[in-house]
Design a protein around this ligand. Structure first.
Ligand SMILES: [Cu+2]
Length: 188
């Protein structure tokens, strides 16, 4: 999942290059021929394969865009509780992955930010609701610990607030389970 954005990006770039080469070379030849003859404007009929290539290229780009849109939806992950601490690793590479973390209220949370992206945009992460701001050295795991007491949605973001993620704090599962049981008991 992590590489989809990069893949999409490189795919777009290579397609663009391909298109530029395919459409550029015949046009260039035409240009040279034109200046040689010196007869001014001359209509050059593009070969059919060029038209076909441009059309498929365009359709491919549209497809890629749609694919990009689908895969750029928030990715949600539940932090796993172990020894009374809810832990999750977040990859910091062109954004945060996952960018939606589900945790339980009242239990300590440890977020392991693993940053591989060298761009200084992501050098700091902030959790304003928990008064946390921490530098993330490249190719290192930086732990951030806090305990969310109240259920709700909390944001984390880079220092410039460009890349964002959310921490969804839900009520403690043992409590919610009894609540679920109570509702099912009522409905039946
Ligand atoms: Cu930034």
């Amino acid at each position: 999942m992590l590489c989809y954005r990069k893949l999409a990006l490189s795919g777009l770039t290579s397609l663009g290059l391909l298109l530029a080469v395919a459409t550029g070379s015949p046009a260039q030849m035409a240009h040279e021929a034109m200046s040689e003859s010196g007869s001014g404007f001359r209509r050059i009929e593009q070969p059919l394969w060029v038209k076909a290539l441009v059309t498929t290229g365009g359709l491919g780009l549209i497809g890629l865009e749609l694919w990009w849109f689908v895969f750029s939806q928030p990715k949600s992950s539940q932090a796993k509780a172990q020894d009374g601490i809810q832990e999750i690793t977040i990859a910091v590479d062109g954004g945060y992955d996952p960018n939606q973390i589900v945790v339980q209220a009242g239990l300590p949370v440890r977020l392991n930010f693993y940053r591989t992206d060298p761009s200084n945009c992501l050098e700091e992460v902030r959790l304003p609701d928990f008064r946390i701001a921490k530098a993330l050295p490249v190719n290192q795991t930086t732990e951030i610990e806090f305990t969310p007491d109240e259920p709700g949605q909390y944001e984390f973001a880079c220092g410039m607030n460009m890349f964002r993620g959310t921490i969804k704090v839900v009520a403690n599962s043992s409590e919610s389970k009894t609540a679920n049981l109570a509702t099912t008991a009522k409905s039946t």
